[in-house]
Design a protein around this ligand. Sequence first.
Ligand code: GGG
Length: 357
Amino acid sequence: MAEYKLAVIPGDGVGPEVVAEGRKVLDALAADTPGLSFRYTEFPWGSDYYRETGALMPEDGLELLSPSDAILFGAVGDPDIPDHVTLHGLLLPMRRGFDQGVCIRPAYLYPGVTSPLTGKRAGDIDMVIFRENTEGEYAPVGGRLYPGTPHETVIQSNVFTRRGTERIIRAAFENCVRRNKKNKVTSVTKSNAQAFGMVFWDEVFQDVAAEYPQVETESLLVDRACMDFVRWPESFDVVVASNLFGDILSDIAAVVTGSMGLAPSANINPERQHPSMFEPVHGAAFDIVGRGIANPLATISAVAMMLDHLGEPEAALRVDAAVALCLQEGQVLTPDLGGEATTVQVGDLVVHMLSHG
Ligand code: GGG
């Protein structure tokens, strides 16, 4: 047990609403766990900060975050600012600057939650997506020549390094062995079309897979993987994908397990030289901002992933169990899950379930 220094960036849109519930859960844990405490430093970065200063975060932002044990992040995005400005101004600099190359996105169909897919029962869908998080299709490499002329030329390059590719694929295999469920790792590729980056990805996958002969493997083209996430989601266990493919597939996984509002995400620096970051998969959700109905459970599950990463597995399990109980009881749910409850009411119920579940 210890005191943990947490950097908190509520960000844009519904970010502040859901992060407040994540903090409420952390405070409740600290209140009834001797020796466990959290010291928060909140950073007001995001789109309002951009309107005031011309940047989403200050130039020394990473230095300010650096002493933290972990970062709790809400969302980024604004209807008046182009999405590439907000994403490249705040979220991606943290992922790259802190070398958070391993993004972990679990998707589980909880008891009490209805999948939009017919016939799926609780536990049928139980997978975890390992998304490469610092390079691939998100690398800021490219340029634009002769804009606005008939010769306009745009180049956007994908970047695959051996270190980054090997790291995410090895993390997926290690997790598969630890998790000990279906004992299968699926690699998502597009090597039929992308004959450099994705052929390299396939080669590295085969090399790393050879170190884990006890694990079943498969390699799916991304289009086939999208189909199978919808028609046979129960066939997946651990899925490893590039930055863009992992992002798209984790949204499909979230939706087939009931709601984007349930999907957590951990952005891990495996070497632990820098703080890791924990966030809901969903974004700013402008359509419901300020109505108090955003589902806080994705953020609260991200808090559980953060506790596990910090070395507090019992606290993490308590939070996971409280989330599962709220969903199973099914009385206090936000509208994305068919309920009428508010963000705050769901957060309060998680806190209640921590000690009364
Ligand atoms: N809570 C995460 C968030 O705000 N996501 C916005 C977004 O556009 N994310 C894209 C990504 O994760 O790559």
